[in-house]
Design a protein around this ligand. Structure first.
Ligand code: GAR
Length: 224
């Protein structure tokens, strides 16, 4: 293999479908992407995402949380798998286990999550139903560094989508998921490329950042 630029060794933790994992796999296929995926770990044997990893030739591990008496024991097994793989960064991609403070602080600054809402709105579960119930006109997703509180931590990036009249939960979820697939590879690229600094608890992205897009809902043109 020709020597290329160093790519950050990255593990992805999943629990299910793995469509965000697929977006990361696709991004990491580009030789100049600053992260390489070295492990996909699932707490569920039946996670569909494991097949995506296998198809891409990425090593997989299953660490079933039910096999462990305590959360700490489960996380010790996860930590062992991550260090065996030489992981430097960890992406949570639909990983549906709450992590302890000890695990989070061990990975501080190197552990990222994608959440299907514009945080700090709608942390937790059922974000799309809650967004519809609240009547918000913009919804979306956030990629953030993980801190000890669930769905908190410095936000690296967000993508917004409109909530359209007639949306149900499935339609809104599908629109947000498309945005997730664009946002996560972009944010992991920034982190792996060493372009994210945390200042006063907030993530600051260094260098050029395409902030030209403005999203308004309702679109002013619709008001004419
Ligand atoms: C994604 O929508 C992700 O944002 C969400 O689970 C889904 C996983 O889909 N994560 C959370 O809700 C975490 N709190 P995927 O397995 O197809 O990537």
């Amino acid at each position: 293999m020709p020597a290329g630029p160093t790519r950050r060794r990255t593990a992805v933790l999943i629990s299910g479908r793995g469509s965000n994992l697929q977006a990361l796999i696709d991004a990491a296929a580009a030789p100049d992407y600053p992260a390489e995926l070295v492990l996909v770990l699932s707490n569920r044997q039946d996670a569909k995402g494991l097949e995506r990893a296998e198809a891409a030739g990425i090593p997989t591990r299953v660490v079933p949380h039910r096999d462990y008496e305590t959360r700490a024991d489960f996380e010790a097994a996860v930590t062992e798998a991550l260090s065996e793989a030489g992981a430097e960064l960890v992406c949570l991609a639909g990983f549906m286990r709450v992590l302890t403070e000890a695990f989070v602080s061990r990975w501080q600054g190197r552990l990222v999550n994608i959440h299907p809402s514009l945080l700090p709105a709608f942390p937790g579960l059922d974000t799309h139903a809650r967004a519809l119930a609240a009547g918000v006109k913009l919804h979306g997703c956030s990629v953030h560094l993980v801190s000890a509180e669930v769905d908190e931590g410095p936000i690296i990036g967000q993508a917004a989508v409109p909530v359209l009249p007639g949306d149900d939960e499935a339609a809104l979820a599908a629109r947000v998921l498309q945005a997730e697939h664009r946002l996560y590879p972009q944010c992991l690229g920034l982190l792996a490329g060493d372009r994210v600094r945390v200042e006063d608890g907030r993530a600051v992205v260094q260098g050029d950042w395409d902030a030209n897009g403005r999203l308004l809902n309702p679109d002013p043109r619709s008001l004419r």
